[in-house]
Design a protein around this ligand. Structure first.
Ligand SMILES: [Fe+2]
Length: 344
């Protein structure tokens, strides 16, 4: 592949406080060099045989290729970020920023703070849309190759010294202010509107249990912390539990193959949460069984390991005083600190 040069997107003579000389130098030397080096690295990679080339050489070339490609892409975005008056945000853009940052002012203050924080060191300040979360986020990079995975940058501020030193010298704050005065929000909105069309990565779908209500570990943690009653049943299979040493604090273990023996301990007046190791089958099937006889039962998404992954508190499985094999209707006192990730 040979990458082609993109023409300057902004019109340098229209910029306010950023001279054509600075843009021309930046475009020709830094963007142009990134693109030509990218093509050289790509050609070198295409010419070698990965089966016989030393792995260290391939690693270096691929690392260079990624950095140079990102530099090329971000410089094109940078030049496309300039050309407006910086102040006039189209209403949909202003709404999206206010939704994700609280207000346009708060977004602006954070973006500028990030730029000032980068002053003196190489990197970029980016406003990026993340399809996974359907939201915008400001972030910085410490080089060319640290864009957010899956994110789509819609606004780029180049904080490499070459972007400003020619005219602003050792005053990056003045350069940042000039950039903010020249943001072209109309095309930023176009990029945002394109970005939101990108579907998030597919999530786990429990087709077999699509109709069974579930609950997340964060929601259960919130219920416990607020003191809301909840009956939490760990239904990891017996053969698994005999090897396990820990259990979610507040849960009791019950054999999923002997529901009839313990179902009488449950109250229909309060919700029930069931879970297994990863949240796929046993916890779901137990929830189905309980719902059939009138319990408000839901399965815990992600199971035992999702609870551990959010650093939910655990207790020893044989601790019958507050969890483990104790009574289902035991309660966690709301004042107990649930943020403690340590195994007790
Ligand atoms: Fe640059």
């Amino acid at each position: 592949m040979r990458y082609k040069i993109a023409p300057l997107f902004c019109r340098p003579w229209t910029l306010n406080g950023i001279s054509p000389r600075l843009i021309e130098s930046h475009y020709e030397n830094d963007y142009g060099n990134a693109l030509s080096s990218l093509n050289a690295a790509t050609a070198e990679l295409e010419a070698l045989d990965p089966a016989t080339t030393p792995a260290a050489l391939i690693h270096r070339l691929k690392r260079d290729e990624a950095a140079l490609l990102n530099s090329t892409l971000l410089h094109e975005l940078y030049f496309a970020s300039l050309g407006g008056d910086g102040r006039t945000l189209p209403e949909p853009m202003a709404q999206a920023i206010a939704r994700d940052f609280g207000s346009v002012k708060r977004w602006r203050d954070e973006f500028i703070a990030l730029a000032h924080g980068l002053a003196g060191g190489p990197g970029w300040v980016l406003l990026t849309y993340v399809p996974r979360d359907a939201r915008l986020i400001n972030h910085t990079t410490a080089g060319h190759e640290q864009s957010l995975a899956g994110g789509i940058p819609i606004l780029a501020l180049d904080m490499y010294e070459h972007a400003y030193h020619l005219e602003f010298g050792a005053n990056p704050a003045a350069y940042v202010a000039a950039f903010m005065r020249n943001i072209e929000w109309d095309t930023a909105l176009q990029r945002y509107q394109n970005a939101v069309k990108v579907e998030p990565p597919p999530r786990l779908i429990q087709k077999q249990f699509a109709d069974i209500p579930s609950i997340t570990v964060e929601e259960v943690k919130g219920m416990i912390e607020s003191g809301r009653p909840v009956q939490i049943i760990d239904t990891r299979p017996r053969h698994y539990s005999t090897r396990a040493h820990e259990i979610m604090r507040g849960a009791v273990w019950r054999d999923p193959e002997r529901v009839d023996e313990w179902i009488g301990e449950l109250s229909k007046a309060e919700p029930v949460v069931t879970f297994c190791v990863y949240g796929f089958h046993i916890g779901c099937e137990t929830a189905v069984t309980l719902r059939k006889v009138g319990f408000d039962a839901r399965y815990l998404v992600g199971g035992h390991y999702a609870w551990k992954a959010i650093k939910g508190p655990l207790t020893l499985l044989d601790d019958t005083s507050s969890s483990g094999f104790g009574p289902v209707m035991q309660r966690i006192r709301p004042e107990e600190p649930l943020a403690d990730p340590q195994l007790e």
